[in-house]
Design a protein around this ligand. Structure first.
Ligand code: A2P
Length: 291
């Protein structure tokens, strides 16, 4: 489906609808989150992405309430953190996130990072137990949809052996210069919606000459080009900005179309703006595992 505005939606495998651009809040301090989220909702965004580990769930929740937009008209995502793996802890941390956000349900809840063989010999069981906690809360109606983040094929294939509810989303790093195309295709073929974190490469791709010259052709900014690029791939972008004019700019991506030729160019750029984060070496894991 072609997206024409911020309220057009992707549909998950369980029928839940997800507004096509999410407002990202990674690295947004809690103290600023309220104002930022309120601004984004005021500009027409209807989808907000946070995480327990961003330490801004409270501000995000306040921003939603302060916006005057009804809770049911906002699609709210948060994520489970790596310190909370296992069934019991997962059940507890979901309650914690609900309390932080000041809501009684989460629209989409994601496993932030998979447990991996390099650090946990029982990684398959660990992920399965975490997922069991997700399924419980999903069946109780506390989570409208459940999914994963930063999972590769092997992690998803493993989860499939245990899951009674399949993940509906895989949120991964995706931007020109680092598209993880194999994972995108695999995840989509498994019926998951792929979401793009750092669709602007955390800002690192925005000055690239190739990207700037392609964007100029359309009379758009490089950020807008990157966001449109994700959408045309059927990948849901989650651009982050704390600046009202850039928040507005990032939503003005429905008045141009990238040609097939340019899409191919953007998809095959040399590596650029890669965060360096992979399941095996996520810096946060290093903190937890003391490496
Ligand atoms: P700021 O929050 O000051 O606007 P990503 O979404 O890939 O993580 O990228 C976020 C980074 O890109 C942030 O540093 C953000 O800065 C910056 N950014 C977001 N939107 C724009 C834009 N339209 N133009 C330039 N920089 C942007």
């Amino acid at each position: 489906m072609e997206m024409k505005n911020l309220t057009d939606c992707f549909e998950l495998s369980n029928g839940v609808k997800v507004p096509c651009i999410g407002y990202g809040t990674w690295q947004t301090p809690d103290a600023e989150a309220k104002e930022c989220v309120k601004t984004a909702l005021g500009l027409g965004y209807r989808h907000v992405d946070t995480a327990w580990a961003y330490e801004n769930e409270a501000g995000v929740g306040e921003g939603i309430r302060a916006s005057g937009v009804k809770r049911e008209d906002v699609f709210l995502t948060t994520k489970h953190w790596i310190t909370e793996r296992g069934f019991e802890k997962t059940v507890r941390t979901i309650e914690d996130s609900l309390k932080n956000l000041g809501t009684d349900y989460i629209d989409l809840y994601l496993v932030h990072w998979p447990a991996v063989a390099k650090r946990d010999a029982a990684w398959e069981e660990t992920n399965a137990e975490t997922w069991r906690g997700f399924e419980k809360a999903y069946k109780e109606g506390k989570l409208r949809a459940i999914g994963v983040s930063n999972f590769e094929e092997k992690h998803i294939e493993s989860l499939k052996k245990y899951a009674t509810v399949m993940p509906m989303v895989n949120q991964i790093e995706f931007h020109p210069g680092y598209t993880q195309m194999e994972n995108v295709k695999y995840s989509q073929s498994e019926g998951m919606l792929v979401e793009a974190w750092s669709p602007l490469g955390s800002g690192a791709v925005l000055k690239d000459e190739t990207l700037c010259s392609i964007a100029a052709k359309y009379g758009k900014s490089t950020a807008q080009l990157c966001i449109r690029f994700a959408l045309q791939f059927g990948v849901l972008p989650l651009p982050k900005s704390v600046n009202p004019s850039r928040i507005a700019q990032n939503a003005e991506v429905f008045d141009f179309e990238i040609t097939a030729e340019d899409m191919a160019k953007l998809a095959s750029m040399p590596c650029l703006g890669f965060s360096g984060y992979l399941p095996e070496n996520a810096p946060a894991d290093a903190l937890v595992y003391g490496e």
